[in-house]
Design a protein around this ligand. Sequence first.
Ligand code: BJW
Ligand code: ZN
Length: 248
Amino acid sequence: MPEKDESANVSGLRERLRAARSVFVLTGAGVSAESGVPTFRGGGQTAVWKGMPFEVISSAEMVGRDLALVWEWFDYRRGVLRTCRPNPAHESLARWQTRLPQFTLATQNVDGLHAEAGSRGVLELHGNAWRARCLDCGNREDVREKDAGVRPPVCRACGGLMRPDVVLFGEMLPEDVWVEAAERAAAADVCLVVGTSAIVHPAAGLPVAAKRAGAFLVEVNPEATPLSDFCDLTLRGAAGEVLPRLDF
Ligand code: BJW
Ligand code: ZN
């Protein structure tokens, strides 16, 4: 009787969340899918732009080789993001934060939709597509103010060239953000991993570390991932439908 099992699991998880001291959530592109943000992978597909797989453009190598093309790719992406609003999954996570003594939301997404839904202190592991960073002095600026400007944009502080403030393949994650995420994951009683294919490292290691340190690990995803068999509970479904059912 899968339906009965499923509802027992959901109410059991609600109880766990209500009683938890510390909850850690890792999200990926799937949490924004119902907002209209395309995922990178999933359904057997890989995102392609201008005939190039996204791994080729979203790479450290491409910043060195063709920064203008990297900007074109992110200008295109922000054009899509401009039409997207938070969905019920983002909204549930923002509500949970107000109900728990310790709640950490780490996201691999660069879309800013968690903050737009009201989440505070979001750990953006892969940066934010709405920010630019100077290649010379590290100064950060809001890209919205530079949308109509030259490409690559020029830094207000030093005149250097700027790049999107995101973490591309082959680049290190921001150290302070990473350290905080790793500490919070290791301290969690419950860890939810939502809408990620769980193949990109080091982010994919966070739920593993959480479970090894004693957390109850839950996956929310319509598809199986390499993490599924390791989880204590897998809820197969869309984040925008599953998370509101877990509201506690
Ligand atoms: C739904 C849904 C719905 C659909 N509801 N769900 C160890 C082993 C092997 C390789 C490595 C390793 N350690 C490091 C590496 C290399 C590399 C890596 O991990 N490669 C693997 C892919 C093989 N990692 C790195 O390079 C990282 N840096 C690093 O390790 O630094 C150290 C170093 C430095 C120098 C040299 C060597 C090492 C950096 C990784 C940065 C990733 N950046 C990207 C692009 C960001 C910019 C941009 O936006 O373009 O981040 S890649 C891309 O993947 C993006 C995402 O954040 C990330 C994860 O994807 P995510 O979120 O999981 O999305 P999808 O699309 O993959 O999955 C969507 C899921 O949603 C699916 O499961 C669907 O089923 C589901 N879904 N609808 C819920 N409605
Ligand atoms: Zn600068």
